[in-house]
Structures are given as structure tokens and as C-alpha cells.
Design a protein around this ligand. Structure first.
Ligand SMILES: [Zn+2]
Length: 360
């Protein structure tokens, strides 16, 4: 039993129907897959290692800023060039090594606001090129975040993109309603409370319009979630709203499936575990993980430095002797590895929270 035998998925990056099968399976079996934001081969490898160790599929996602970082901060990002090339480079890294980790990987790009569309277009071009050669897109899925625009405009631009994406079997993730907090330069920390909760009619409008084009889309709805970790404020997480959304869409479709929509949970960092579980039971199949794994990566390095401090002050000389070399302590492979181990541990915890363990 499990993903490999029941769904016949390959190891490595999966696309198209295989992603659809995986998301359907997760929804039916009541678990979700963490989408871990990665910015380097080190964070990617740590994520793959974690998922392999607990026998689970994983989603790796790249933000626009993370993609530019992957290409190198020394490169100009004029016209989104570094973000495009960085995302493509990361995609090839993931494609090259992920089969060896023996797990299915969904390769996704994160939030793309309207002003960043050239980044999206650049990745899409690479997908089309890759499709011509290999019969599948380079990425599995991309996200468009036009939640700042009026609903009609948000939906109509998503439709235009989904038409192009459907031709090469790409998934689209869209966002409706506003997730609080700040991410990649979009600051929603002072948005009015009511717009932090998407209404059922909004979900139906999105579902009705997009499902005419393709089944391959997911919706990030706002239910009081916030990007980043903040002190508890006046925003309250209401996962129960997702249940109402599902019921509303089910009634409109008059279908058997009590969870017709694939939901994505943004801003899950710092959430109470019970709220995460509840959201998953209402059809969340993907939860973004960024802030908590960033902290874990740093914490690994911090702990290492604190425990080896006296060996890290000069190239030669430590408590064992003035002539003792410290090379084996300051070799980046040693201290970066500590970050990787700590991050992998946090990725595993996210998988546990979402029920994404022993699924292969
Ligand atoms: Zn979001």
C-alpha cells in the first residue's frame, strides 16, 4: 500500500496527471504535503533527505527572491533575469538528483504578484522548451498571486495563464483573499480584518471559471492565516471556513465528492497543530513552510558555533594547543551540514503535522 504501488508514480519530479493523482490521493486519505521554500542546493538537499527518511512525497518551491538568490546575489535581476535563471537552475538541480532520493517531488514556484509576471513568463517559456523535448514541463506547478487585484481581474488573468499551462500539463496555484503579514516585498500587515477571510462565493467563482479550462489548479484561500511568525494579534485562524467553502462548491456542482477543491495553506508557520490538522481534514493538500525552516537552518549553525566556539576563532590554535589546526571545524561542509540536519528535522516535523509520513 502507498503512493508507489497504488498510484504508480515514479521517483523524482512528477508533473501533470501524476501530480493530480498525488493531490487526489492526499485529499482522499486526509493528509497534506509541505511545500518547503528553498534558496540553495543545500536547503533543497536537506528537504529531499528529510522526505526520503520518512518515506514521503515532498513539494519544493522557489520564490522570486529565492530564485534570484539561487542564481547568485551578485547578478543583476533586471527584467527578472536572475530570478528566471535561478529558478531554472534550481529546477535542473532538483530534476538531476531527486530520483536518487527515491521519492516523488512536486517542483513548484511560489508567490508571483502582478509586478513579477516577467519572472513567471520566463519560467513558462522554459517549461514550453522542456515540454518540446521531453513531453512534460520543467516545473510541476506555478503560483500566481493576484489577490491584491479585484476578484474579476484576478480570475481573468489566472484563466489566461491556465489556458497556456493546460497545454503542457502544468498546475496553477492561485490566491484569493489576502493572507496577512509580509512576504517577498508584499506587505499586508495592516490589511483590514474582513479581507483576511475569503468568502464561499469567491471560491465558487474561481472554481467555476478555472475548472472550465483544466482540473489542474489549487486555491490558496485566506482564513485568517498570516505569512511569517508574529505575536498573536487580532487575526484568528478559522479553518472551519474551508469546510464551508467545500460544502458551497459541492452544492453548486451537486457532486458526490464532499471536498471538490484542492486547498493550499499559506502562512502556516507558528500555527497550532490542531488547527493545521483541522485545515487538512477540509481538503488542504499543500502547506507552505518557510519561516520555521529558515529558523531551523539558522539554529543548526548557531548551535554548532556555540558548541565549537573556541575552535572557530582562528585558523590555528584552540584549547587543545596553540599549534592545533581548526580546518575541520570551519570547513563549510561541516557547519553547513549542521544547518542541513537541523532544517531536515524541521521538515520532518512539518510532514508529521500534516500526516505526510510513510506514504510511499
Ligand atoms: Zn499567499
Amino acid at each position: 500500500m502507498g503512493i508507489f504501488s497504488e498510484l504508480n508514480l515514479p521517483a523524482g519530479v512528477i508533473t501533470g496527471e501524476n501530480v493530480l493523482k498525488l493531490f487526489e490521493y492526499a485529499k482522499k486519505n486526509g493528509f497534506a504535503i509541505p511545500a518547503v521554500n528553498c534558496t540553495s542546493s543545500s536547503t533543497i538537499n536537506a528537504t529531499l533527505e528529510a522526505a526520503r527518511d520518512i518515506k514521503a512525497p515532498i513539494i519544493i518551491q522557489l520564490s522570486q527572491g529565492g530564485s534570484a538568490f539561487y542564481a547568485g546575489k551578485g547578478l543583476s535581476n533586471d527584467g527578472q533575469r536572475a530570478s528566471i535563471m535561478g529558478a531554472i537552475s534550481a529546477a535542473h538541480h532538483i530534476r538531476t538528483i531527486s530520483k536518487d532520493y527515491g521519492i516523488p517531488v512536486v517542483l513548484h514556484s511560489d508567490h508571483c504578484a502582478e509586478k513579477l509576471l516577467p519572472w513567471f513568463d520566463g519560467m513558462l517559456e522554459a517549461d514550453i522548451e522542456y515540454f518540446k523535448k521531453h513531453g512534460e514541463p520543467l516545473f510541476s506547478s506555478h503560483m500566481l498571486d493576484l489577490s491584491e487585484l479585484p476578484k474579476e481581474k484576478n480570475i481573468s488573468i489566472c484563466k489566461e495563464y491556465l489556458k497556456k499551462m493546460a497545454e503542457i500539463n502544468l498546475f496553477l496555484e492561485m490566491e484569493i483573499g489576502i493572507t496577512g503579514g509580509e512576504e517577498d516585498g508584499v506587505d499586508n500587515t495592516d490589511v483590514h480584518n474582513s479581507s483576511l477571510y475569503t468568502q464561499p462565493e469567491d471560491i465558487w467563482d474561481v472554481y467555476r471559471e478555472l475548472s472550465q479550462i483544466s482540473k489542474m489548479f489549487t486555491i490558496a484561500a485566506a482564513f485568517g492565516n498570516v505569512h511569517g511568525v508574529y505575536k498573536p494579534g487580532n487575526v484568528r485562524l478559522s479553518p472551519g471556513l474551508l469546510k464551508e467553502h467545500q460544502e458551497y462548491v459541492r452544492a453548486k456542482l451537486n457532486c458526490e465528492d464532499d471536498k471538490p477543491v484542492f486547498f493550499v495553506f499559506h502562512g502556516g508557520s507558528g500555527s497550532v497543530k490542531d488547527e493545521i490538522k483541522e485545515a487538512v481534514s477540509y481538503g488542504v493538500i499543500k502547506m507552505n513552510v518557510d519561516t520555521d525552516t529558515q529558523w531551523a537552518y539558522w539554529e543548526g549553525l548557531k548551535g554548532y558555533y556555540e558548541s565549537k566556539k573556541d575552535y572557530l576563532q582562528s585558523q590555528v590554535g584552540n584549547p587543545e594547543g596553540d599549534d592545533k589546526p581548526n580546518k575541520k571545524y570551519y570547513d563549510p561542509r561541516v557547519f553547513i551540514r549542521e544547518s542541513e540536519k537541523s532544517m531536515a528535522k524541521r521538515v520532518k516535523e512539518a510532514c508529521h503535522d500534516l500526516g505526510n509520513v510513510n506514504r510511499l
